[in-house]
Ligand binder design. Sequence first.
Ligand code: URA
Length: 437
Amino acid sequence: MATEQFSAVEVIRAKRDGQVLGNEMIDWTIDAYTRGAIAEEQMSALNMAIYFQGMNRSEISRWTNAMINSGERMDFSTLADPSGKHLATTDKHSTGGVGDKITLPLAPLVASFGVAVPQLSGRGLGHTGGTLDKLEAIPGWKAELSNEALFDQLSTVGAVICAAGTGLAPADKKLYALRDVTATVEAIPLIASSIMSKKIAEGTGTLVLDVKVGSGAFMKDEAMSRELAETMVNLGTDAGVNTVALLTNMETPLGLTAGNAIEVEESVEVLAGGGPQDVIELTVALATEMLAGAGIKDVDVAGALKNGQAMDVWRKMIAAQGGDPDAKLPVAKESHTVVAPAEGVLLKLDAMDIGLAAWTLGAGRARKEDSVQAGAGVRMHVKPGALVRRGEPIATLLTDTPEKMERAIELVQRAIMVGSADDRPDTRLILDRIAAK
Ligand code: URA
């Protein structure tokens, strides 16, 4: 048996005692864990030590690089359109929220300006939805693409939303599964390195991060979200990826839908020049950042969304992956509408409770292997800040499994708070922009 360069116990002890881990120690740790030479219980202890002691910028950067080096790296530097013109690439990552369908209108919108968007996405787990689950509501649409098909579609259509291959940052897959069951997910060095190792391995030229803050977000607290955003921007910048982050409000769901088919429907409304104001605002803000990062400035992004310029790219993008953009989307069998309990201003429509209700109705999954219902979810009729009358519809719950309805109704009722205009909530969507220092 080959002798190991370090022992897991010395790495754990060093971090437990607040020491800075050296580069070689970090490289060895990620490599040894990936090949099974560090036991799960040892890695759990190390994660907990990192949770309490933190990591400095250079440790996080090395840890991220070691995770990138555990797998393959994609390279879009030779990407060109069919005429041979080089195509720049740009990508967006959201830390996850409720009703967050922004990738759907965003990818075709950005591609309609001639910048390629390789959007490698995931499925939902828990109360936040997954982009692939939403698109799978479109009859025929397939999430899995070979690398060759991905390149081909980027070259001819300009936008791809597909499943991330298993070869990207395999160390993260193992580490994330372990963190999930050992209460060590919420550590900024571990979250930042997990997200950024995958994004950097994807090989995009520009990256825009949408870091959510509030009840439906991973981080409820603005200071923590800001620290996460700054850490990820630094990691991207250090790796040569042009990276910026927007801090955005996730106290209430984005748009008026949380589910799968109903979110696709709302995204198509936005692509056709309509749709809810907050979805439009965030799509335009993120597209503007993505295009600016790729060198395209002073263009009318809002006008392009309004005039339907991106719809053509959307239709081609869906069709290229086997979907029928004209197909009727699945509709849930059962519905129930929850109404306002009193007259006044809608002060709150809590993102976490609405996300949990959509999940309970069947739009999300509890375990990775569960399937989701395409038609399930919550359709909202008003947004916080609106004046409502007693008995006015607030949200309609949709499901194919009526036995789930009662629990979901309780959650939606809990999400609603009606009160006086003096307590009108702060409904600002974009809280800050964080760029490299
Ligand atoms: N998403 C990830 O990919 N990793 C984390 O650690 C948290 C969210």
